[in-house]
Design a protein around this ligand. Structure first.
Ligand code: ZN
Ligand code: ZN
Length: 291
């Protein structure tokens, strides 16, 4: 294929991650090659610490995040990494439920209280890689805001401290709304989209930012890219995707957009997510087998 055409046509994984069902200007924020770069950084991860869990209002914990975290964690474990998860107490059952649906062990800890929390977690786990997927990141004022611009600081621990301390870990952030850990890397573009965007925009940067129409898809996209690099299938199946989201809701999760306790993610029904998983499986395979 001529180089000019290769540049003009984004990789299929990037095309899938650029889908924008929530009309959130994903195309402006997404960077072609981001999932592949994150995958290259993660390929030889030894100790991965994955954070997720987004409480949009009291008793309303998103279905977006835990499935993506679990699928990425499963892939990293298959590649030989030690994988641990950290979240808020309220999100522990959600993460355990999706890990169980994947047949994965659940090494899930609660982020501790107090000023020394980040230092304590880093000292105990010594991660080589820190990964955030759909996890609130502070804005310029130090607050945490949901997509409606309301403060959610009371229900989401300052887990982003892990990413703001100077540590040796490589950092990866996956998000879909601009208010998550990692989006600091695209803040200038995002904040220009409007006044609400400028208020909610997170300042928390990462080494590798992956933006997708739904954060779970961003996690799956990184796993599709890992599958290509490793030359083996690391993604789950559409059937497991359905079971994972149903298990997440049964464990207490809600849709972060509709805020209803039903098996949807960001307002999109199960079959849409199953279809994206199937597409990404195809994209991963097409990167291995060349016609
Ligand atoms: Zn989000
Ligand atoms: Zn989302």
């Amino acid at each position: 294929m001529p180089a000019a055409r290769a540049r003009a046509t984004p990789d299929l994984i990037d095309q899938i991650l650029a889908l924008d069902p929530g009309r959130r200007a994903i195309a402006a924020l997404a960077r072609p090659g981001a999932a592949a770069a994150a995958a290259r950084a993660l390929l030889r991860a030894r100790r991965a610490l994955i954070v997720t869990g987004f409480t949009v209002e009291p008793e309303t914990h998103e279905t977006d995040g835990p499935p993506g975290a679990a699928v990425l964690g499963r892939a990293l474990r298959a590649l030989g990494a030690d994988v641990r998860y950290v979240t808020d107490q309220v999100n522990v059952p959600l993460l355990e439920a999706v890990l169980d649906a994947l047949g994965e062990p659940a090494d899930v800890s609660v982020y501790p209280d107090g000023d020394g929390a980040a230092r304590a977690v880093l000292a105990a786990t010594r991660p080589t890689h820190l990964v955030a997927i759909e996890r609130p990141g502070r804005n310029r004022a130090g607050d945490y805001l949901n997509m409606r611009g309301e403060s959610i600081a009371a229900w989401n621990a300052p887990v982003d401290d892990l990413f703001m301390r100077r540590s040796r870990a490589t950092t990866i952030g996956i998000g879909d709304g601009g208010n998550e850990i990692g989006m600091g890397a695209a803040r200038a573009t995002f904040a220009r989209l409007g006044r609400l965007e400028a208020r909610i925009a997170s300042v928390v940067r990462v080494d590798h930012l992956v933006v997708a129409g739904v954060s779970n898809w961003g996690g799956y996209g990184v796993v599709a890219a890992l599958s290509r690099l490793a030359g083996r299938e690391l993604l789950h199946t559409p059937d497991v995707e359905r079971r994972m989201i149903e298990a997440c809701v049964a464990a207490g999760a809600s849709d972060g957009v509709t805020r209803r306790r039903e098996p949807t993610v960001d307002g999109l029904p199960l079959e849409v997510h199953a279809a994206v998983v199937e597409l990404l499986r195809w994209a991963a395979r097409s990167g291995i087998i060349r016609a």
